[in-house]
Each structure stands twice: as structure tokens, then as C-alpha cells.
Design a protein around this ligand. Sequence first.
Ligand code: MN
Length: 190
Amino acid sequence: MTLKNYKKKRDLNRTPEPSGELKESRDQIFVVQKHDATKLHYDFRLQISGTLKSWVIPKGPSLNPSKRRLAIPTEDHPIDYANFEGVIPEGNYGAGEVIVWDKGEYDNKTIIDGKELEIEKAYEKGHITIFLHGKKLKGEFALIKTGYEKNKWLLIKKDDSEADRDLDLINEKPKSVISNKDISEKNEKE
Ligand code: MN
């Protein structure tokens, strides 16, 4: 049960986050949630084996192939979490506001030693190549576990037609792709 840690960290009666179960689905999705917790960060989640495998990206994703973004693994989340926007109340794990910064389907493009590799195996190997169909994140990305430190991965944009060296994605496109709200706007409104 890969959602054990997710449930262990939360009292699901006290937070609006989804309770979540493992789920089969053909369309493989990814989501990036902007999370205004103790420190603002971006949670990158990839549907693998019925859950959302998750990484914290402190600086957020980039379309610039020369920017390698640190991605720190965190607990698996339920698939339903991909639509979660809201405020995790004070006193709960990850307290603070969450918006869906980007979301879409992805294609597994992992090839190792000339062979296509299933996404589950690519994840185990710590060597994932994915093509993202998001509203902000598009084209191929590599998500690579670094050799020396087990708990560190890197998210790197591949140098394809969707790469962009000039766009400051995080600051120029800060809003939710679901509600079109940014975190601070929502706070003011509520
Ligand atoms: Mn988070």
C-alpha cells in the first residue's frame, strides 16, 4: 500500500484533502501543485502504478534545458489529489494553500540501452523520460535520480521545440490552470 505514508501524515477528518484510494486509469496524468506551506514550493506528481509519485521542487519547473531543478521525493499521493486546490488548515501536515499550477497527460518516453522501458521500471531505475502535455509544461523532460545522493532527483527540460531559455515560467505564469487564481489573490478574496 503505497498510500500508507500519505494517510499516516494526515488526519483526513481535519483537512479538505482527498482521502484517496489506489486507482486504475489508462490516461496517465501529471500535476504540478504550487504549495504555500512553511516555504513556497512546487509539488511535481506523476501517475505511476495507481498513485501519484511525488517530488518537491523547491524552485519550480523550468523550460530552460540548462536549469536543472532539484526534485526531492516525498510520499505518494492519491490520484484524486491532482484536482485538489484549497487551504490545508493550520495544525495539519503541509498547512497552507495549494493551487494546481499545471496539469495534463504524459507519455512515457523512457528508452534505456535501446529498449523502451515501462514507467514503473523507469521509476525504479531512477531514470525517467516523459513527454508532458500540460498547459505550461510541454515537450520532453528527464527526471533522474542522482547517483551519489539517493534522495535527490533532477528535473531537466530536454532541448526540443518546446524548450525556452528566456521565459521565467514561475513568475510569468504564476496562476492556477483550474481556477486562474494565484495563491495571494485567493487569500485576499477569502
Ligand atoms: Mn507540498
